[in-house]
Design a protein. Structure first.
Length: 207
């Protein structure tokens, strides 16, 4: 791993610790797709609106298996066949405090309800407008993808064990690559976390 990637990871962790959005790159299971990521504990209507405006993909809540179990969530497709590259559970809405559920404020509220300490299945309804992803128990070392990476990054930054991610599309509707969003990164001063760098950092820590 280059020193630049290691430095970039430190910068991304600092941004995550401050509750800011970062870009995740290097998902090995989705052909190079990139995502916005924010720790779920810092999600606001403004964060959801930014992701919807500039990412345009599904806005997903990445959670640990333990949190999913408390919320009564299971994988829609637990087997190896017909997988999409995302470990989806059923979509959710907060049981209370939302109107149509799709506004930025409603989706941010749903996220906050789902990650509240002690939240359970009674606190959410389905279907809804937030799409939970259930990470592998071993994190990004077990599954080198954005879902697990976002959870590990939130943990490493000390801001919880859940994250909101949103895949990024280009203006023409194709999935973006990191070279496509240089202007966006510069305009919003977004840090970039490379999943390969995260994996190498965690592997060194385990050695």
């Amino acid at each position: 791993m280059t020193a630049a990637l290691d430095h970039d990871l430190d910068g991304a962790l600092a941004a995550i610790a401050a509750g800011r959005i970062v870009v995740l790159a290097g998902d090995r299971l989705r052909g190079g797709d990139i995502d916005f990521m924010c720790p779920a504990s810092a999600v606001t209507p403004e964060v959801i609106n930014f992701m919807a405006t500039h990412g345009r993909g599904l806005i997903c809540l990445a959670v640990t298996p333990e949190r999913a179990a408390r919320l009564g969530l299971t994988l829609i497709n637990p087997g190896p066949h017909r997988q999409t590259g995302r470990p989806f559970a059923r979509s959710i809405e907060a049981a209370h405090g939302v109107s149509t559920g799709i506004s930025a404020a409603d989706r941010a509220h749903t996220v906050q309800v789902a990650i509240t300490e002690g939240a359970c299945a009674a606190d959410i309804h389905s279907p809804g407008h937030v799409f939970p992803l259930i990470g592998q128990p071993g994190g990004v070392l077990a599954r080198p993808a954005a879902c697990e990476a976002s959870i590990d990054l939130a943990r490493m930054a000390g801001v919880g064990d859940a994250a909101v991610i949103c895949s990024i599309m280009r203006d023409d509707g194709e999935m973006a690559r990191i070279d496509d969003i240089g202007d966006l990164i510069a305009a919003h001063r977004l840090a970039v976390a490379d999943i390969s760098a995260l994996i190498e950092r965690l592997e060194r820590a385990d050695a």
